[in-house]
Ligand binder design. Structure first.
Ligand code: HEM
Length: 340
């Protein structure tokens, strides 16, 4: 996931070592996040009381800047060189996230972003887009191991609907984005994974801008409001047998797709990405990544339980992860020929 997002962020295929470095600095901050929250309160006094923790945060931030700034500068240099040679952009060129940030001019302040702002935005891109999707992926695969009949049904859907070229084991090409549209059961598996195991059990804290009455209770101006995302997806008044993993609930009885409104613009039955103005800006990318990874991983491997049965207990980290990470046996479905 880090490789994919690093490519999207910097537009270049980075070396394995560089990607590991990005992952290291990002995870360092992410996993110590809760320890630093206290520093938000009364910073002037906190700087004296929690001096060591401030120093630690400073070190982690410096470390992150040392890794991300050279990558941002390299992209900026490349942009400038291209501008100087005035060559037309090639069609295959990737426009990266950093390119768009470098082009951006803040309309009110009429200025470009500063380097520290670029670092913060790239860092947010990695934090928000890697852990969330890989957590969701792990939960989905865990459920496919726990429910082999669902995994088999998914595999059969792919066998029946994918283009002929994928049936040739010698042609080990990854299933393409367009092909994923032909697989309603795959989409249902992803949606069911997000309903049953949303990576975020709460959205980011929001505040009301004026006194507001919610369900008969007054929330005063600036009062913080949050939403119980997981509980909403497990509500027995909305979902039948809510704790069971049943992708069929997102399909008609004939197997056709039910247009499910994941953005909650028509009705809100679950909200793994939040809803409204501050909905996750990466929601459609995440849906694509999940369908792509689940599809390809199940198409290429049969997943079965390891030594122990799959344990679906949860643990709160940055996202709500599996307390005992998934351990599974993977058997290749397509036996390579002797020439491979
Ligand atoms: C399964 C994967 C994902 C889940 C479950 C998820 C979920 C969420 C949730 C619940 C929020 C808070 C919404 C709110 O405050 O109301 C959020 C915010 C955000 N997400 Fe995602 N997300 C996922 C993937 C991604 C990806 C792939 C990206 C980008 C590459 C991304 C970028 C962001 C950003 C930048 C925010 C903050 C938006 C803001 O401050 O308004 N997310 N996400």
């Amino acid at each position: 996931m880090f490789s994919l997002l690093a490519l999207m962020c910097f537009g270049d295929k980075l070396e394995e070592e560089q990607i590991k470095e990005i992952e290291r600095v990002q995870r360092n901050l992410l996993l110590s996040f809760s320890r630093f929250q206290i520093l938000n309160f009364w910073p002037s006094v906190g700087k004296i009381l929690f001096r060591k923790r401030w120093e630690e945060l400073y070190q982690i931030t410096q470390d992150k800047e040392n890794v991300l700034i050279p990558l941002i500068r390299a992209r900026k240099k490349m942009q400038q060189e291209k501008f100087n040679t005035e060559s037309e952009p090639e069609q295959t060129e990737i426009q990266s996230y950093v390119d768009t940030l470098l082009d951006l001019e803040l309309p009110e302040e009429k200025r470009k972003l500063e380097e520290s702002e670029l670092v913060a935005l790239c860092s947010e891109f990695f934090d928000a887009g890697t852990d969330t999707t890989s957590t969701a992926l792990q939960w989905i695969l865990a459920n496919l191991v726990k429910n082999p009949e669902i995994q088999e049904k998914l595999y059969m859907e792919m066998k029946q609907n994918l283009s002929e070229k994928y049936s040739n084991p010698q042609d080990q090409e990854a299933i393409k984005e367009e092909e994923l549209q032909k697989l309603p059961y795959l989409k249902a598996v992803v949606l069911e994974g997000l309903r049953r195991h949303p990576p975020a059990h709460f959205v980011l804290p929001h505040a009301v801008t004026e006194d507001t009455v919610l369900n008969g209770r007054l929330v005063p101006k600036n009062g913080v409001v949050n939403v119980m995302v997981a509980q909403m997806g497990w509500d027995p008044e909305v979902w039948e047998d809510p704790m069971a993993f049943k992708p069929e609930r997102f399909l008609r009885s004939n197997g056709e797709e039910i247009e499910f409104d994941i953005t909650g613009s028509r009705e809100i039955k679950m909200m793994p990405f939040g809803v409204g103005r501050r909905i996750c800006p990466g929601w459609s990318l995440a849906m694509l990544h999940l369908a792509y990874f689940v599809g390809n991983l199940v198409w290429n491997f049969e997943w079965s339980a390891g030594e122990e049965d799959v344990d679906l207990s949860e643990k709160q980290e940055f996202t709500v992860v599996m307390k005992k990470p998934l351990q599974a046996h993977l058997s290749p479905r397509h036996t390579p020929t002797q020439n491979d």
